[in-house]
Design a protein around this ligand. Structure first.
Ligand code: ADP
Ligand code: ZN
Ligand code: ZN
Length: 830
């Protein structure tokens, strides 16, 4: 840098603000500022933030600018390409770059004067290693468990608190409160190990002599699992009978409480060479197509509807039936990238799904695999961040947020289960779709993308058919296993013929009974949680409603309460009707809780468990349930859509869809597509490693076209029906939708604001504007909602239109009385 020039930096702040802000760089800091490092700036009256340098330059701004107060990093913590990605995302999803930054950066990189810190639970308490100021901070935090940075700075008389905090956070002496709140508490559970009070063979001899066969059996199992007694084994892994108790009582085993690792189960043993995977013919063809990007492979199966055959294809849709070995194809593709010293990103729709994939990836790529969760601790996240940036991790696995890692040399992105709605973020802004964003990110890197699914989204399939994406299909299950046999049960008939037991047809019950008798496992899918869906007065038909939301309350038996699924509001179950005081209250509709209970009564010997939002509130409960199911400690798993997703269980032979109808009747242009996907996906959990998988679909309208498509495993038919509808009724992929939601406590004010906005929008976009109207649920958390939707033709360039919409929203808030109206944009709503 030129010694004599005056330097400025444009910085990004993690706030809902447009654009960048310019600060002046004091001479002594010119050598250390560069794009991507954090600097300390004052913003607003008093607040101090760590901001990110977007650009260093010498153009003096029009206004006098403040000086930056310090430079926090010696090396960039964010790359240029990341910032370009953020800026694209902000433009595309109609929010500010600061919104994206706030979401993309791990908490540890977002210091501000209002941040609150506490002593880290990981701090080892070694005071001798602390500097003078660090010691002062620790002492203060011992007295006041949490303090704001501004207050700390004042108390210890150090102005430059941020650099001090940066190192203290890195050394895990302190932790941000925000961080601590989201971190999950390590789970302790009992482990069994040998007490060593007698030699093992002596114990075995004695037990044999006394013919304690049950105890011998437990001991042998323990030895097998514990590396011949060298390690401890989780107590719940052993048969929970009296034999185990006796072994503990007699001092053969001792119990010890251990913290269970969150990432347990991955072996750090020998790596397997990915070359040892032998792809079958279809898998090989798919692999070859993607790997060569060759145009003649592209659209091999697709009807020649479109043009771009010769262009270089970067995005591929891998359409493989459930259990066709898509993951094995991904692994082969990743192996190639790893061998070239580059990076691959593997996205999944849910964190919980990562557990199985981690093991599969680590088997081949060992410690080159990095896992990134938004729920990891700050130090873990910072570590993954760092190792991604320096290229140490070559395979990055995660849900949506892994898109934001600082890649060094990204050359492949896998988006598994691409159809899954969880790829769309609902709150807060940006409301981005991670699949679509991945495709843009790949373009920035000139990387390849493979989006995979057994039930592709209509949009992706359309893109493949029209030649925009490459298309490869795998139509057979690996190993030649048959797809499960699907059977539809007409519940009207069942009822008429007296073959209904509660909510189950005798046919489904028989299938469950058979499966259990053969030692197999069962999955039951019910898309509603709670016990019964509502409580209704028999006399006046009043249904208790949430006081904050426009929905009825759901009965939860476990807590004996009525609860709102939108805001969490909850009341004890009333004994009489709030309206007419009648005591004839009846329960209507069933949820997962009820199914679990009924099954347990009908199959008293079976181990029944439930997986839904209520049973998995704590982060690792989800993983534990799946783990237990995988290890056959659960016979029947009842769950919401959580159980439908891409899991590979070996012993599931029966899948039951308890009520297919409430999947289909959901009012959205995507509801048939989604119903098909959910039913097909959950069916795909059956019979993955053996023939004879069975799926039972209970419905009151068996002739429904979606049910028929599912029964015939006919994705193409579903697609043809849907694409016609979308064309006729002007939905994606032919039209692009932008949803605008206005919110306010005051319904009347909201109505006026929405009308005002609609008039402005119509002035600009004419007949493309629909609404305003109340959404399906017109009030959530005491805020009334009103929606306006705008649709553009696929081919229209809409960057300017988005700008104009943002301006109209700005203008709205400048109108008399409307300043408190909240406006949220949702581009490509789901
Ligand atoms: P999908 O992701 O398409 O649902 P998976 O990749 O989970 O399917 O494959 C289903 C099962 O078949 C897995 O247990 C997997 O290990 C096995 N499998 C698939 N392809 C191969 C292969 N080429 N070699 C060995 N095992 C395979
Ligand atoms: Zn009543
Ligand atoms: Zn509510």
């Amino acid at each position: 840098m030129d010694e004599d020039s005056v330097y400025y930096v444009d910085v990004l702040l993690p706030l809902h603000l447009p654009g960048t802000y310019t600060y002046r760089v004091p001479r002594e800091m010119t050598a250390t500022v560069q794009t991507g490092v954090r600097v300390v700036v004052q913003f607003g009256q008093k607040r101090i933030y760590s901001a990110l340098v977007r650009r260093v330059h010498t153009q003096a701004p029009q206004w006098k600018s403040k000086y930056i107060m310090g430079v926090l990093d010696t090396e960039p913590v964010v790359t240029e390409r990341q910032m370009v990605f953020w800026e694209w995302m902000a433009r595309y999803y109609m929010c500010s770059t600061g919104d994206v930054m706030a979401m993309a950066l791990p908490a540890g990189l977002k210091l501000q004067s209002e941040s609150t810190v506490m002593i880290s639970p990981d701090f080892d308490g070694d005071l001798s290693s602390l500097s003078r100021y660090e010691l002062m901070v620790v002492n203060l935090l011992t007295e006041h468990p949490s303090m704001k940075l501004t207050d700390l700075s004042r108390a210890i008389g150090v102005q430059k608190i941020m650099p001090l905090m940066r190192t203290m956070i890195e050394r895990e002496i302190v932790v941000l409160e925000e961080e601590l709140r989201e971190r999950f508490v390590p789970k302790r559970s009992p482990y069994v190990k040998l007490s060593g009070h007698k030699p093992l063979d002596a114990i075995l001899d004695e037990l044999e002599r006394k013919k304690r066969t049950a105890q011998v059996k437990v001991l042998m199992q323990f030895l097998q699992m514990s590396n011949m007694g060298h390690d401890a084994v989780a107590k719940r892994m052993l048969p929970q009978g009296s034999a185990l108790q006796t072994l503990i009582k007699n001092g053969v085993f001792v119990i010890e409480e251990r913290v269970e690792s969150r990432l347990r189960d991955y072996s750090d043993g020998e790596l397997t060479d990915p070359d040892s995977i032998v792809l079958n013919e279809e898998q090989q063809a798919a692999y070859h197509c993607v790997n060569s990007s060759m145009s003649e492979c592209v659209n091999r199966d697709a009807p020649a509807t479109n043009t771009s055959t010769n262009s270089h294809i970067n995005t591929f849709l891998l359409h493989g039936v459930t259990s066709s070995g898509k993951t094995e194809v991904y692994i082969k593709l990743i192996a190639e990238v790893v061998a070239q010293g580059r990076q691959a990103l593997f996205l999944l729709p849910e964190i919980a799904l990562t557990a199985q994939i981690i093991n599969r990836l680590r088997k081949y790529f060992g410690d080159k695999v990095g896992v990134y969760h938004s729920r990891f601790s700050m130090s873990q996240r910072a570590e993954v961040w760092q190792r991604t940036m320096n290229g140490q991790y070559q395979v990055l696995l995660g849900a949506r947020s892994a898109l934001f890692l600082p890649f060094k040399e990204l050359s492949l992105i896998i988006v598994d289960e691409e159809h899954d709605a969880s790829y769309k973020q609902y709150e807060p802004a940006p409301l981005y779709n991670a699949r679509d964003s991945a495709i843009y990110l790949a373009r920035l890197w000139d990387a390849r993308v493979v989006i995979g699914s057994a039930t592709p989204s209509i949009e992706s399939y359309y893109n493949a058919m029209s030649g925009k994406y490459g298309y490869v299909a795998i139509r057979q299950r690996y190993g030649g296993f048959k797809l499960p046999e699907l059977k539809c049960i007409d519940m009207r008939e069942t009822r008429k013929n007296g073959q209904l037991r509660g909510h189950f047809s005798t046919y489904l019950l028989e299938q469950i009974r058979n499966a259990l008798a053969e030692g197999k496992q069962v999955i039951l899918f019910q898309n509603r949680r709670g016990f019964s869906l509502r409580l209704e007065c028999n006399d006046c038909h009043t249904v208790p409603q949430c006081v904050h939301c426009d929905v009825s309350l759901v009965y939860h038996k476990a807590t004996n309460s009525l609860r709102c699924h939108y805001c969490g509001y909850s009341i004890p179950v009333p004994s009489e009707c709030p309206q007419c005081h009648s005591t004839h209250l009846q329960m209507v509709g069933i949820g997962t809780e009820r199914i679990e209970e009924d099954l347990q009564i009908m199959f008293p010997d079976a181990r029944v468990a439930r997986m839904d939002l209520d049973s998995t509130l704590q982060k690792n409960q989800y993983m534990e349930l799946l783990n237990d199911f995988q290890n056959r400690r659960i016979d029947i798993l009842v769950g919401t859509q959580m159980v439908t997703k891409g899991l590979d269980f070996e012993h599931v032979s029966v899948v039951g869809i308890v009520n297919a109808d409430n999947l289909i009747t959901f009012p959205s242009f995507r509801s048939y597509e989604r119903a098909f996907q959910q039913m097909t996906q959950v069916s795909g959990r059956a019979g993955r490693h053996a023939d004879g998988g069975r799926v039972v679909i209970q419905t009151y309208c068996p002739e429904h076209i979606v049910i028929q498509d599912v029964l015939n495993s006919d994705y193409e038919a579903l697609y043809e029906e849907q694409i016609q509808e979308r064309r006729v009724f002007r939905y994606p992929p032919f039209y692009k939708l932008i949803g605008i939601t206005l919110k306010h406590r005051d319904a009347e004010l909201l109505n006026r604001a929405a009308d005002w906005m609609a008039v402005q929008l119509r002035g600009a976009f004419g007949g493309r504007v629909m609404g305003p109207e109340y959404p399906l649920i017109s009030r959530i958390r005491a805020l009334y909602l009103k929606c306006i939707t705008i649709r553009f033709e696929r081919t229209e360039a809409i960057a300017d239109a988005k700008q104009l919409m943002l301006r109209i929203a700005d203008d709205l808030q400048k109108q008399e009385g409307f300043s408190g109206i909240m406006v949220a944009f949702d581009v490509d709503p789901y």
